[in-house]
Write a protein that binds this ligand. Sequence first.
Ligand SMILES: Cc1cc2nc3c(=O)[nH]c(=O)nc-3n(C[C@H](O)[C@H](O)[C@H](O)COP(=O)(O)O)c2cc1C
Length: 398
Amino acid sequence: MTPPMFTPFSLRGLTVPNRVAVSPMCMYSAEDGTPNDFHLVHLGGFAMGGAGLVFTEMTDVDREGRITDGCAGIYKPAHVPAWRRIVDFVHNTTAAKIGIQLSHAGRKGSTKKMWEASNEPRDDGNWPLVAPSPLPLLPHSQTPREMTKADIAQLRDDFVRAARMADEAGFDIIELHFAHGYLVSSFISPLTNHRTDEYGGSLINRMQIAIEIFHAVRAVWPDRKPISVRISAVDWIDGGTTIDDAVEIARLLKKAGIDILDVSTGSVTAEPRPRLPGLFQTPFSARIRREVGVPTITVGAFASPHEMNRVVDNGEADLCMMARGHLYDPFYTRHAARALGYKGLPWPKQYIAADMFTSPWTLPPPATHDRGRPQLDDRREVLGPTPQTLVGSQDNGS
Ligand SMILES: Cc1cc2nc3c(=O)[nH]c(=O)nc-3n(C[C@H](O)[C@H](O)[C@H](O)COP(=O)(O)O)c2cc1C
């Protein structure tokens, strides 16, 4: 029997060959937004490694929408062939599909690179920041300018331009990054949106910019290609969004026409998030998928392929995304297939001799909770109100 994680999954005209997806990960290694050899090897390696769907890092729709000066972008003509080279490699060499995550950093922009000092403002060469409300990320961060209606219209147009360029570059799917406190996310969270106009106040108003951008992007993105949206389902902070809000957000996005919801959490402010055991974000995905009836992606702390099989088999999510695990092992999916005795994952033709290699890696047996249905609510406690103890950062990166 095919393990659930190795079953294909379709959205519109896209079929991904298995349920393993590479989560977007900022690499801070582009120059004026242009991806280079690093990105080709980095993203191409994940596709060679057997993941069914590879996402680019957060790719900014405007130069001033970057987090750092090394962030990837899709805002000028030279970006199209640079991305096309990577997309073509993935399509021509592997069975994987490739998506691009589109974003604007908002008040989290103009900072140092992650390995210099995450979230810290640059020493010099800062660019102006925009946000729904003039609230700096850290007390010593730059105060962003409150966006006008004209700024909002410009942002929508920047997303549209980026979507057209992404199509030209050949991407299979777009993910709109409306999570982790970046610009659109900061409109959605009441912690960062103090506006009193039609873009602030009620949840529907705070979602207005997300819905407008989605519709505008959908109008130029080919019908056969799906769109994913990533949200922070909860802010993990009193007064921030809760799982009940996330269900409502999912309903609004489903009504707008999204194809799949990527359910992350947190990072909306600079405060640390609770450190929780296991697949701590998956219960949010499971609840949204069940109550709203929208396909979901779950992400966060995947380690064992048994967990992926359980999540897919139980209907907790449709795709299993992994970030850090893929940095550690870009060939994770191939190692999982071998360890599970699954032979249906084709090698790129150049690598077929690898089938004759006797792998020294073995997989421990599934833990009790990974053995079968029904396990939907085995971590139900995280669906409750904000936990009392914040015991350090479970950093969601970008
Ligand atoms: C180095 C790094 C960079 C990241 N960059 C992004 C990003 O560009 N966009 C995004 O939505 N999340 C980003 N994240 C968050 C991951 O996509 C993922 O949600 C998070 O790491 C949890 O998954 P994991 O436990 O498998 O690492 C980043 C995480 C890491 C470790």
